[in-house]
Design a protein around this ligand. Structure first.
Ligand code: ADP
Ligand code: SF4
Length: 687
């Protein structure tokens, strides 16, 4: 199919200093968890995006010196020549598809507290970034940089730039955002200096300017130099000479870099969950850029709609469409738009499991794209699945796992029958995506259904509850059971030990709500799942007009949501809706009128009035259907269980497991699939 001419502006080349990008799709630097210790994994992950049509593909932040050590977060380095070859694998993979390769030279300053290197963190004025974090996590306050430290910082960037060029990078970033060192110089809250680097905006900008000059001079103008800046705080600061300090800073720097990459200041707003922020949510902060500078501007905003993207260019907000999450969820997004296949885009759902992977210290995982991070280790391609099999597969259960298993099995050449008990496909998402803010999550089911409906060798059977006899009668060669999990009414005690459930009226689980039961108010939601669902249900019940109390064992609502950047939004939503919030408590008793609570640590007992109790705690996997089929084996079909039925977990795990199940169908199990990566020896030829 041909490209829709309306999207032509997305495919126009653009000069970025001495380099030219072939189109406007720009994979901005983003965390992948892939350090120099996994260089082939990283090269394959980034290279896949170049293969999918991104005109620029950047690696994540690369520390320029051991005094910027982000541990325990995974962190790439470009400290010395030994690091060059690891990065060269990535630039080669990117260049192989005609894309430009970029690197984000990074010094964290006081925001990286050097747990491994144990070098005193650097800062403009000794003010810790996020004081609670620094004090709490490392008990170390930053050192105030003297003139020698500043000279050294500039030299580290210059040296790193030389190495980056040797590694093959085309675009070299100076990173003045997200609390990292050059950013701290920009903000007077962190910069109290009285020398030439502090005080006036002109002085606060000086360090960034000198870093840009140093990087450019070190590479003799051969590489493009980009400035990445956070804008949220500066935009909110009044200026005497411009509309805001952000305008003033950009005005002073307007000719200094070859490219501006602009973003928010805090991860929860920068990489905002779809639950609380729409596509393009950065625009009110970065919309002024083109009125101040003639240099190209790239920005992000979880752009998955080509109409929105082209609108950003036509309206003069951005020149280049930045993508981090959309490029993880679908590395082939540009190619699909180019080929007029917009409906094939696997749209990011904004769940932020990807950023949670980085917070967890591991390689990127994606709910929508189970192949992310597995391009090299398992040789999984997000679009190309070898058509290596015939025969018929029956998949029972049309939730995220069943849909993913069906699609992957069909791509391998199997005839696929997908039977779902309910009238609609989508499994748990049918209920969950109807909760406040979670609509975009339904894309997990919608994308797969859309693809399955195009395949002639796939038969979809809604409203088809399958029994053991039904499955056997069907006569498929392979059976995959993906019947999901159920929520239990089990409780948890102090020390988070499991406790048997309570006997009382009106104790409900999310499954009961999904079946349409409405609790009587006042209602209490007891959450020790501590992810998104407990607070989403509390929001939902409050929206129904029920007096709602949210109780959690955690110290904050949906405590694990700090990993997915949902925590601020969850608290804001509960506050806005008048949901009473009780943290660090467990439920100890309920009689349908009064709810007994105890503090997790002190054991202090409290009571509140409640007519209903919703428990969002544990899920039980397992499948009676699978057990029955496994019990009466007749060897006429292979049998697998996958998704939540195998091990209940987040969507990302169900989709991944199902992908793995379908990839391995009719093949001998092999752990050799997990190829092990390691540092590249200095002498190894770049391949
Ligand atoms: P997962 O996340 O693993 O896909 P879900 O709970 O979201 O799990 O989806 C499981 C799906 O399986 C649900 O849509 C459910 O209706 C369906 N299902 C469960 N048992 C049967 C059965 N015996 N026959 C057909 N469908 C079933
Ligand atoms: Fe998008 Fe979720 Fe994938 Fe991240 S994990 S890219 S937010 S779908």
């Amino acid at each position: 199919m041909a490209r829709n001419p309306q999207y032509d502006p997305l495919f126009q080349p653009l000069k970025i200093g001495p380099k030219t990008t072939k189109n406007r799709f720009f994979q901005v630097p983003h965390a992948s968890g892939m350090t120099n210790a996994a260089p082939h994994v990283r090269a394959a992950f980034r290279g896949m995006k170049a293969e999918g049509g991104w005109g620029v593909v950047c690696t994540g932040a690369a520390s320029v010196d051991p005094s910027s050590d982000d541990s325990p977060f995974p962190c790439a380095t470009i400290w010395d020549d030994a690091d060059i070859r690891a990065h060269a694998l990535m630039t080669d993979a990117v260049h192989a598809h005609g894309a430009l390769a970029g690197i984000e030279l990074w010094h964290g300053g006081a925001a990286s507290v050097n747990r491994t290197s144990r070098i005193a963190p650097l800062s403009p004025s000794g003010v810790p970034w996020m004081p609670t974090h620094v004090g709490f996590m490392s008990a170390q306050r930053p050192k105030i940089m003297d003139a020698e430290d500043i000279r050294a910082l500039i030299q580290w960037h210059a040296d790193a730039a030389v190495r980056a060029e040797q590694a093959g990078f085309d675009i070299l970033y100076v990173y003045a955002g997200m609390g990292y060192l050059p950013y701290q110089f920009l903000l007077p809250d962190y910069n109290h200096r009285t020398d030439a680097y502090g005080g006036s905006v002109r002085n606060r900008v000086r360090l960034v300017e000198e870093l840009l000059d140093a990087v450019r001079e070190a590479t003799h103008g051969r590489c493009a130099v980009a400035l990445r800046m956070s804008m949220q705080e500066l935009r909110a600061r009044p200026s005497e000479v411009a509309e805001s300090e952000a305008h003033e800073v950009v005005g002073l720097l307007k000719d200094a870099p070859d490219l501006f990459d602009v973003k928010m200041d805090y991860s929860a707003y920068d990489c905002a969950p779809s639950r609380f922020a729409a596509e393009g949510s950065h625009e009110p902060v970065i919309d002024f850029m083109k009125s101040v500078t003639d240099k190209p501007v790239v920005g992000v905003g979880r752009f998955t709609s080509p109409d929105t993207m082209v609108g950003m260019i036509r309206r003069g907000v951005l020149d280049l469409i930045g993508g981090a999450r959309p490029s993880i969820a679908d590395p082939f997004l540009p190619q699909k738009i180019d080929e007029g296949r917009e409906e094939d885009i696997r749209e990011c759902i904004g769940c932020n499991m990807c950023i949670a992977s980085w917070h967890d210290g591991v390689w990127v995982r994606c709910t929508q794209n189970p192949t992310a991070g597995e391009e090299w280790r398992r040789d999984w391609h997000p679009e190309v699945v070898t058509r290596d099999r015939a025969g018929q597969v029956l998949i029972v259960g049309g939730g995220p796992a069943g849909l993913e298993a069906a699609l992957t099995a069909a791509r391998r050449g199997f005839d696929v029958a997908l039977a779902e008990a309910r009238d609609d496909f989508g499994g748990r998402l049918l209920f969950e995506s109807a909760l406040p803010g979670l609509r975009a999550w339904m894309r997990v089911a919608e994308y797969r259904l859309g693809q399955l409906r195009k395949l002639p060798h796939v038969s979809l059977y809604p409203a088809s509850p399958m029994t053991d006899a039904d499955v056997r009668d069907f006569g498929a060669d392979h059976v995959i059971v993906a019947t999901g999990a159920r929520w239990t009414t089990r409780l948890c005690g102090a020390n988070e030990l499991p406790v048997a459930g309570l006997e009382a009226p009106r104790i409900l689980t999310p499954d009961d709500l999904a079946r349409g039961q409405v609790p009587e108010g006042p209602v209490a939601v007891f959450d020790f799942d501590n992810y998104y669902l407990g607070t989403a249900i509390a929001e939902h019940l409050a929206t129904l007009g029920l007096q709602t109390t949210y109780i959690t064992t955690g110290g904050a609502a949906g405590a694990w949501g700090i990993m997915t950047n949902e925590q601020p939004g969850m608290h804001q939503a509960l506050e806005r809706l008048g949901v009473a919030l009780r943290t660090s408590e467990i439920v100890t008793g309920f009689d349908g009128v009064t709810l007994d609570l105890a503090h997790v640590f002190s054991g202090a007992a409290r009571q509140i009035a409640a007519r209903s109790l919703v428990i969002v705690g544990q899920r039980a996997g397992g499948s009676a259907l699978f057990d029955s089929l496994a019990g009466g084996r007749d060897d006429s079909f292979s049998l697998s269980v996958t998704g939540d039925a195998r091990a209940p977990g987040a969507l990302v795990h169900a989709v991944y497991q199902a992908h793995e199940t379908a990839r391995g169908l009719d093949l001998a199990p092999s752990n050799a699939a997990l190829r092990r990566d390691g540092p590249v020896p200095l002498t190894e030829p770049v391949t």
